[in-house]
Design a protein around this ligand. Structure first.
Ligand code: ASP
Ligand code: MG
Length: 421
């Protein structure tokens, strides 16, 4: 069996969905094709603002935008299809009921987040399932909340592999006669039926989880780029397509923030020796990049990863004592409880610095907790740049006249924190 994953950009309009459906249609085989789909376009960002407890002035407008966006796409794809509009009605009703039932207490944020934000994927896959069926493709809709079993670590659910495997195998064996098994990326559920999510951009990971459970032949992630590029073309003109990437290199790159794949995606595939292809949905006939059992990247070239919207917190003991293991334990405890990932850290005797994504709600919560024990200074509007296989020349050209706030260098990797441009 094969697993395909389509991200938000590949289903962000009616035309995009038509294109996606054509790719699916051109790859049907005797075994069902497992298709994992994200929320349409930027829906997840919109839904984040509807989470109870998030300060947002224009909830009604956003709610309307969400509805209009999905209805417009569904209408354009299937003008006279009553069923799809009823499906959208049902999804939105469930979403509204869920929002109304949630407490806006700050301590419920992570739980609330998953209950609300998961509707992006529910909506997209519900519409796309109707569309594939309308094209005559025998499609079954799989509910990832019942397939991908996780613990109750909301916003970053940890997979229960054996329960997931059991659920996935049983669902797939019931669906053997279908051409397409369509399910949601990003979302899962606990044993007692609460919805969880796997972390932002987690749909790639969902595809890997399903592939692992099924022992799939391969996974293809369809993207708006021709493959794995040496840098994000949004930031860089002269990019090179990397044709072959060893599993471990892909894990490192994803960890540093290469947005082309989610950090947790590669490991399950590596464990089962399942190749991961990255291909362009804009030119689906062209060859992309392959992540697999290779020794080195090919071609060999420096790789650049830019992480925007960073904030650097410097944490200092109030009493001028050292930042030691006991303080670190407290700080990491807070980070862990709040589900904040550290992108880079550095310590000295008197201060501990962490670079994290600037999510205002979480940063505010973190700093208010830290301030009980520490002094906290911060710099925001920063960019974290990582260069793998750097040369001094490459670093100089990237830094140019920018002020470096923090720098870390290893044999293979240079990391810099600089003000955003
Ligand atoms: N819709 C989710 C997000 O935007 C998951 C994904 O797209 O991978 O983060
Ligand atoms: Mg996405």
């Amino acid at each position: 069996m094969k697993v395909f994953k389509f991200g938000g950009a590949s289903v962000n309009s009616a035309d995009a969905v038509r294109n996606m459906a054509l790719i699916v249609k051109n790859h049907l085989e005797s075994d069902p094709l497992v298709v994992v789909v994200s929320a349409m376009g930027k829906t997840t960002n919109l839904l984040e603002k509807l989470v109870p407890g998030v300060r947002c002035d224009d909830v009604a407008t956003l709610r309307r935008q969400l509805e209009d966006y999905h209805r417009t796409i569904a209408c354009a794809l299937m003008p006279d299809n009553v069923e799809v509009q009823q499906t959208i009605d049902r999804c939105l009703l469930q979403l509204d009921e869920s929002i109304a039932s949630l407490s806006d207490d700050e301590s419920c944020y992570n739980f609330n987040y998953d209950q609300v934000v998961s509707y992006g994927e529910i909506l997209s896959t519900s519409i796309i399932a109707c569309y594939l069926k309308s094209l005559g493709i025998n499609t079954v809709w799989g509910d990832a909340r019942r397939l991908v079993h996780t613990d109750s670590h909301y916003r970053e659910g940890r997979v229960d592999w054996s329960a997931t495997r059991k659920a996935v195998l049983s669902f797939v064996s019931e669906s053997k006669r279908c051409s397409v098994i369509l399910t949601q990326g990003f979302i899962g559920g606990t044993d007692d039926g609460q919805t969880t999510t796997l972390g932002r951009e987690g749909s790639d990971y969902s595809a890997a989880i399903l592939a692992y459970c099924l022992g799939a032949a391969d996974v293809t992630i369809w993207k708006d780029v021709p493959g794995f590029l040496s840098a994000d073309p949004k930031f860089f003109h002269d990019t090179v397509k990397i044709k072959e990437i060893p599993y471990n290199e892909a894990i490192e790159l994803a960890y540093y923030g290469a947005s082309v794949i989610h950090p947790k995606t590669v490991k399950p595939l590596q464990n089962m020796n399942i190749p991961l292809y990255i291909r362009s949905f804009i030119s689906p006939e062209s060859e992309g990049s392959a992540i697999g059992n290779y020794h080195t990247i090919s071609p060999e070239t420096p790789l650049y990863i830019f992480r925007d919207n960073q904030i650097l917190l410097s944490i200092l003991p109030r009493d001028y004592s050292f930042i030691a293991e006991d303080n670190m334990q407290v700080i990491f405890g807070m980070l862990n409880t709040l589900g904040i990932r550290v992108n880079l850290m550095q310590n000295s005797a008197l201060s501990f610095s962490i670079c994290i994504d600037n999510n205002p709600q979480l940063v505010e919560r973190l700093t208010s907790r830290l301030k009980n024990m520490f002094r906290v200074r911060y710099n925001d509007h920063l960019q974290l740049i990582t260069i793998r296989y750097y040369t001094q020349e490459v670093i100089d050209s990237i830094v140019a006249d920018r002020h470096i706030l923090l720098e870390q260098r290893s044999r293979t990797t240079e990391q810099l924190i600089v003000p955003a441009r």
